[in-house]
Design a protein around this ligand. Structure first.
Ligand code: ZN
Length: 284
């Protein structure tokens, strides 16, 4: 918390500077210093209580142009601070170079994913409401259809607006063996949006599934949204009768709106293109 002193220090400093007359400054009819630039007073008369009763003093004050300057500097400092916060949130997230640069503008739009892009944008732009309703998303579809990239676009959109987002995966969370789960969960739940990438890739031991359930359930109880990405199909998830899995999935379905990522896998499309290019180069 900022102390009272920290809050008024810049004002006191600026006012003390303001007491030194500069070229163009003049003294008005009441004997007070006036700024030559903006024409407002750089000094005020004040009555202070002393042991011998009230004493009138002349004290430095900020004229309008200096006050504006101080506000600009203060806003600048605040902006830099905010940028640092966003940078550190990004660093904590599980994002590689490609994902750090993921934005809606860099989204490769195809006939298959235009709907998904529109939906992700709408979710990000309406995040305040999504947060209030505790509404998450479940991105499901084949490997390489852009689910993680789409989630990172939402993360970066929100991070740029100083909304706290943590992007991680159960694989990563479960590998943090010596971490106290309670603490880990508390830290994650401070984020307004949690993104859990690649649900279903984690180990399926009783112990691991118990921890996954605890994380999902605590997020559910904290009433804050989650976006999951998964290669599991809706049939896999809904049809799973093993209670160790189904209680996890049931929670997820309660929290998350399912979004299908269809279409040709980008990685496959890329490989096909390379194949065609190579074929043309070698054989034609
Ligand atoms: Zn001035």
């Amino acid at each position: 918390m900022e102390s009272q002193m920290e809050l008024i220090r810049p004002v006191v400093k600026a006012a003390a500077k303001a007491n030194v007359p500069e070229d163009g400054d003049y003294t008005d009819s009441e004997g007070l210093l006036v700024c030559g630039r903006c024409g407002t007073r750089r000094q005020i008369r004040m009555v202070v209580q002393s042991r011998n009763g009230p004493v009138e003093m002349v004290v430095p004050a900020l004229c309008e142009c200096r006050d504006e300057e101080r506000k600009r500097e203060e806003a600048d400092r605040k902006r830099k601070e905010d940028m640092e916060v966003v940078k550190s949130m990004r660093r904590q997230s599980l994002m590689d170079e490609r994902l750090l640069g993921a934005t809606f503008d860099s989204f490769q739009v195809t006939a298959d994913n235009a709907r998904v892009l529109r939906l992700c944008k709408r979710y990000a732009e309406g995040f305040d409401e999504m947060l209030e309703k505790n509404q998450g998303l479940l991105f499901h579809g084949e490997t390489g259809t852009g689910k993680t990239f789409a989630a990172a676009c939402i993360a970066n959109y929100l991070l740029a607006r100083k909304v706290s987002v943590v992007m991680t995966s159960f694989v990563k969370l479960l590998s943090m063996q010596n971490q106290d789960d309670e603490q880990l969960i508390a830290r994650m739940n401070r984020a307004k949006l949690l993104i859990v990438d690649d649900l279903g890739a984690e180990r399926s031991t009783d112990y691991a599934l118990e921890r996954v359930y605890n994380i999902v359930d605590s997020r559910y109880r904290s009433r804050r949204p989650v976006i999951f990405t998964t290669n599991l199909s809706m049939v896999d998830m809904k049809g799973n009768t093993d209670v160790r899995f189904s209680r996890i999935y049931d929670r997820i379905f309660e929290l998350c709106y399912p979004v299908t990522f269809a279409g040709k896998s980008w990685r496959k499309a890329d490989a096909a293109k390379r194949y065609d290019e190579m074929k043309a180069f070698l054989e034609e």
